[in-house]
Write a protein that binds this ligand. Structure first.
Ligand code: ADP
Ligand code: MG
Length: 375
């Protein structure tokens, strides 16, 4: 592997300038790195903290060239990076994470196959690329199940939950036009996630298991430590580590999992980057997921990801921004993170609040005192 040590003072290029890029940049700047970001939007969250900003489409060859000129190492904050840009940067710059992991994780069928070949359990699934495959998949997997587009879905977008044949109607016009997969609906006790980092040297580090509560398919809050048995915690941690090794991870991988009602831990999906469910680590862990990511791609030793205090992280969506600002004088026990986005559209991720406690229950109690559930 072409492995280098990138030192503070050198420039980290980030493809994508959303909140994940911004928080990577903030960590990197603390350590003395310079930041260049490529994003189509001039005043994007990361541009506000970066030293150099390349405002262009992700598939613009001139922009890729500019990035290669300015950056000593390049990383990305999202998985749908343009393939040509990735290829160009692999050839002409230093992209230690490579393009291979993106190929796998941006397509649910590739991803599921990779998870299975690492020996880890997933919900039974079948490809649905035409109406014939849809019939076969329904015959085999049945109801309840969920039809998901194989690419581009997030926050439940591109998904159809099927309780019976009648629910298929909405999806039918798209069958054959967009590739889907049909997945058995897994009855679960909890949704959990684990962030794992692996550096260019092969060193690994795992963050504590997080318990995730979604509302309307968007992460609403995360609790750490997850309220599960130690055996399940160990199983989830081992799943993440095993996947990191099997995928030859460099950088950060978020592994979303279900604790099934059958007592097994299933892998749902992965993301080859820091993740919303890892934001708690900024205030609650010895090292944040963002600092660990920077260390991993720069070839620095990984630092301890140990949890210092139990924590709740609550997302601030567009509709929550004003209510949070109205309460700002009561937020002495809550750490406020806002991402610098202007348009507070409903459902848009605008920031998060982190509240620490001596126990998870105490952290929840403090959140309740602030009236966080009513925000
Ligand atoms: P996204 O990319 O939109 O996050 P996910 O595959 O994580 O897609 O699905 C979104 C949510 O839908 C999950 O967090 C979970 O709550 C639910 N879900 C998805 N697949 C299943 C399944 N097979 N069984 C039960 N719940 C599921
Ligand atoms: Mg998900």
């Amino acid at each position: 592997m072409n492995q280098k040590t990138i030192l503070p003072g050198q420039t980290i290029g980030i493809l994508g300038g959303g909140q994940l890029g911004r928080m990577m940049a903030i960590s990197a700047k603390q350590m003395g790195y310079r930041i260049a970001v490529l994003d189509p939007v001039e005043d994007c969250p990361c541009a506000q903290v970066a030293g150099s900003v390349i405002t262009a489409d992700y598939d613009d060859p001139d922009a890729a060239k500019k990035m290669a000129d300015v950056a000593d190492v390049v990383t990305y904050e999202f998985e749908n990076v343009d393939v040509k840009t990735v290829d160009y940067l692999q050839e002409n710059s230093y992209l230690p994470q490579g393009g291979h992991l993106l190929e796998i994780t941006k397509d649910r069928l590739n991803e599921k196959a990779a998870i299975q070949s690492a020996g880890l359990p997933v919900a039974p699934y079948m490809p649905v690329r035409n109406t014939k495959e849809l019939e076969e998949a329904i015959d085999t997997i049945g109801f309840p199940s969920v039809l998901k587009t194989t690419q581009g879905g997030y926050d439940g977008k591109g998904q159809y939950v099927l309780k019976s044949k009648a629910d298929l109607e909405e999806a039918l016009p798209y069958i054959g036009k967009t590739p889907f997969e049909l997945e058995k609906w897994l009855p679960f006790e909890k949704e959990i996630s684990v962030i794992v980092a692996r550096s260019t040297t092969g060193e690994t580090s795992v963050f504590p298991v997080a318990e995730n509560i979604h509302r309307h398919n968007i992460l609403h809050h995360t609790l750490v430590p997850a309220r599960i048995s130690d055996n399940l915690r160990e199983e989830a941690t081992q799943h993440a580590l095993r996947l990191a090794e099997a995928l030859h991870l460099v950088g950060t991988l978020a592994v979303e999992m279900f604790v099934g009602t059958d007592g097994r831990v299933y892998v749902n999906e992965t993301a080859p980057r820091p993740h919303n469910s890892g934001h708690f680590s900024i205030n609650a862990c010895e090292t944040s997921q963002f600092e660990q990511h920077i260390r991993a791609i720069c070839g620095l030793p990984l630092a301890s990801a140990q949890l210092l205090k139990p924590v709740i992280m609550v997302n601030i969506l567009g509709q929550h921004v004003q209510p949070v600002l109205d309460k700002i004088s009561e937020l002495s026990s809550a750490h406020l993170h806002l991402y610098g986005k202007d348009a507070a559209k409903t459902g848009r991720k605008m920031g998060h609040l982190t509240i620490l406690g001596d126990t998870v229950d105490e952290a929840i109690e403090k959140a309740e005192q602030i009236g966080i559930w009513k925000i």
